[in-house]
Design a protein around this ligand. Structure first.
Ligand SMILES: NC(=O)c1ccc[n+]([C@@H]2O[C@H](COP(=O)([O-])OP(=O)(O)OC[C@H]3O[C@@H](n4cnc5c(N)ncnc54)[C@H](OP(=O)(O)O)[C@@H]3O)[C@@H](O)[C@H]2O)c1
Length: 282
């Protein structure tokens, strides 16, 4: 059975491809630019052009596919734009969809992720929703330069705690759901054991890197001012502010034992993650 991974150039998709390849699955990596997608693939994994909003890319990408790893691309807020693709998935004979959603989707029906979950359920195919917490890997993407060049993480999260997950653990669950049985019609709320504050994250980075990394704890106004001055697009500033306000209010702190149960082992800790990637911030 061929497994098609959408967003294979992204943080999660890339890791899902790696995991499936390591399991010996027949995996196909989908990206809007297949050449870019092909740059970082395990040996023998083919890349295919897949744009969830461009129907000309779908026939070749979906040909012979039995299971699909799907995500809501970060800039697609109106998920009805993805309905034509879902219709094509059904028509192509795909039998299973594993959807990358978000932890809060089970509680907040206004999130686009929940809207996409409902559309996936309505396809009638076997579905699994992965609802992960904040990624440890954000420290390698969103916060990387600030940590490396300025030895700080400046977000308006106060003393709020945030549940986290290592994307490598998330990909392990995704690969199991794509290739194994028993995950149909399941929505998994996936978190590691810890929900650190940003002060604790900065302390962990300091300890591993051997230099102080600070968390200045800016208020919302100072954060917005700084982001605008740095040229961050206003829409992104708004999203980040809302996200970190949720954290500040303690709404992102919930941890579950679901990831541990599915992995059959302890999830990757923040310390282990930082140790594994220390060179990225040096
Ligand atoms: N960051 C977190 O802490 C966190 C936590 C929970 C859930 N999430 C959710 O995870 C999702 C993002 O996953 P990620 O971090 O792996 O993404 P990412 O690293 O931002 O990469 C986005 C991926 O989507 C692809 N993409 C964008 N538009 C596309 C389109 N029209 N058709 C096909 N592919 C398209 C991109 O491919 P190209 O190479 O073509 O650009 C890229 O591979 C979001 O829904 C987010 O809400 C994130």
């Amino acid at each position: 059975m061929t497994v098609l991974v959408a967003g294979a150039t992204g943080t999660v998709g890339r890791e899902v491809v790696r995991r499936l390849a390591a399991l010996g699955a027949d995996v196909r990596a989908g990206g809007r630019d297949p050449q870019r997608a092909a740059e970082d693939l395990p040996a023998g994994v083919p890349a295919v052009r897949l744009d969830l909003e461009d129907a000309t890319s779908w026939p070749a990408a979906l040909d012979g596919v039995g299971a699909l790893f799907l995500l809501r691309p970060p800039d697609v807020a109106r998920v009805e734009r993805l309905q034509p693709f879902l219709d094509a998935v059904v028509a192509a004979g795909v039998r299973r969809i594993v959807l990358l959603s978000v932890q809060a989707a089970g509680r907040n029906p206004l999130l686009p992720h929940r809207a996409l979950e409902k559309r996936v359920e309505a396809t009638g195919l076997a579905w699994t929703h992965l609802r992960p917490a904040n990624f440890h890997q954000n420290l390698l993407t969103v916060h990387r330069e600030e940590i490396r060049d300025r030895s700080r993480i400046s977000v308006p999260a106060g003393n709020g705690r945030t549940a986290h997950i290592d994307v490598r653990d998330l990909a392990e669950v995704a690969a199991a759901a794509l290739t194994g049985s028993g995950h149909e019609r399941c929505a998994y709320e996936l978190t590691g054991r810890e929900a650190p504050t940003f002060a604790e994250i900065a302390a962990t980075l300091s300890a591993v890197l051997g230099r102080p990394v600070v968390y200045p704890r800016p208020g919302v106004v100072a954060f917005v001012r700084e982001q605008v001055a740095a040229g961050t697009p206003p829409g992104l500033v708004l999203v980040m502010t809302l996200l970190f306000t949720t954290t500040r209010l303690g709404l992102a702190a919930r941890t579950t034992g679901e990831l541990e149960r599915l992995l059959g082992r302890e999830p990757t800790s923040l310390l282990r993650f930082v140790e594994d990637h220390a060179d990225a911030w040096r």
